[in-house]
Design a binder for this molecule. Structure first.
Ligand code: NDP
Length: 333
């Protein structure tokens, strides 16, 4: 018998309006950057996606290059859409992006119209979709006129290949420029996807969160757990099967310096005093005050998705707790 999602899947998750748009996103979303490539079993990918949807996580974030190999995550997710999620497309918000290195030659990365439109078509094919809900420019391209990149996003939306346009990792200055162009084109920027966590606060310093609020743009923050550093897993060494334990990983052992570990221990104590895991507090913290629409997590097993989704049970902080956290929520070095 085909898999059926939990009937009570909308009972507990919180949904936040994405900027000044009509779209709501779950407070916790699932990204498929890592653990969705060919090196992982299809069963574990299925379990994570099923678990997420059962918990009301309706938003899945992908990009052309997620794998390995690049494209692998979209292919795997396409399979899940054809099987477990068949019949649920209208309950899902699916995002993809183009910007990083995807295929050889001069047309396989950055922000040209040539690349973005071809890449979007490839993503749709891999996932077996007619459209994605959100399509992003994955990074600002200093060598392509911003007008060209934004016109490509506008065209993708007008052609019905995406419902909304987004940008990722653009700084405040570039965000303001991109937003203005998109507005003039008649395709407002729905959402910005920057990194943000207790160990990475550039969006506060750069003024990006203020800008997004002023412009009525939503935000979904990636790596809110600092790739796993803001969980209990590194408190007593580096487990072999963790991201930092793997060779050639995006989370290098050097990130876990003595000073950073000291802060992580102190943050863990504060989380415990709130009756939360460190992962849950880290997610509640990026969502504090309602400025961020969604916290975009990654996971290597379904238990992590369950732990993270329960962050919504305690999203409030006292002023004392926030002040205590500020002492240790310092950029990793
Ligand atoms: P996180 O900061 O959430 O880190 C995820 C990792 O943390 C997991 O792989 C797992 O590590 C660990 N983890 C998660 N939950 C728990 C838990 N409850 N207990 C213990 N450990 C846990 O985010 P990611 O860095 O994975 O990024 C999330 C998503 O953001 C990506 O999938 C992608 O969609 C997006 N992204 C976007 C970027 C952009 O440029 N726009 C760049 C990077 C990410 P382990 O594997 O060790 O078990």
């Amino acid at each position: 018998m085909a898999w059926q999602p939990a009937e009570n899947r909308y009972d507990t998750m919180k949904y936040n309006r994405c900027g000044k748009s009509g779209l709501k996103l779950p407070a916790i979303s699932l990204g498929l950057w890592q653990n969705f490539g060919e090196t992982k079993s299809h069963q574990s990918k299925r379990e994570m996606c099923r678990t997420a949807f059962d918990l009301g996580i309706t938003h899945f974030d992908l990009a052309n290059n997620y794998g390995p190999p690049p494209g692998g995550a979209e292919t795997a997710f396409g399979e899940i859409l054809r099987t477990d999620f068949a019949g649920y497309r209208d309950e899902l918000v699916i995002a993809s992006k183009a910007g990083y290195d995807m295929w050889p030659g001069p047309y396989g990365e950055w922000g040209s119209r040539k690349y973005l439109i071809a890449s979007c078509d490839q993503s749709l094919k891999r996932m077996g979709l007619d459209y994605v809900d959100i399509f992003y420019s994955h990074r600002f391209d200093p060598d392509t006129p911003l007008e060209e990149t934004m016109m490509a996003l506008d065209q993708i939306v007008r052609q019905g290949k995406a419902l909304y346009a987004g940008i990722s990792s653009y700084n405040t200055k570039r965000t303001k420029e991109a937003t203005k162009i998109l507005k003039e084109l008649g395709t407002p920027c729905l959402i910005h996807q920057p990194s943000y966590s207790m160990l990475n606060r550039w969006v506060e310093e750069d003024g990006l969160l203020d800008t997004l609020e002023d412009e009525g743009i939503g935000s979904i923050v990636f790596s809110p757990l600092a790739q796993g550093m803001l969980t209990g897993k590194y408190l007593n060494g580096i487990p072999q099967d963790s991201r930092a334990g793997k060779s050639a990983s995006s989370l290098n052992e050097t990130f876990l310096s003595e000073a950073t570990l000291k802060n992580i221990h102190a943050l863990n104590d504060i989380a415990q005093s709130r009756g939360q895991t460190l992962a849950q507090m880290a997610l509640a913290w990026v969502l504090r005050g309602g400025r961020v629409t969604s916290a975009l997590i990654g996971a290597s097993r379904k238990e992590q998705v369950i732990d993270c989704a329960a962050a919504i049970n305690n999203l409030d902080f006292t002023a004392e707790e926030l002040a205590a956290i500020d002492q240790y929520a310092i950029e990793a070095n």
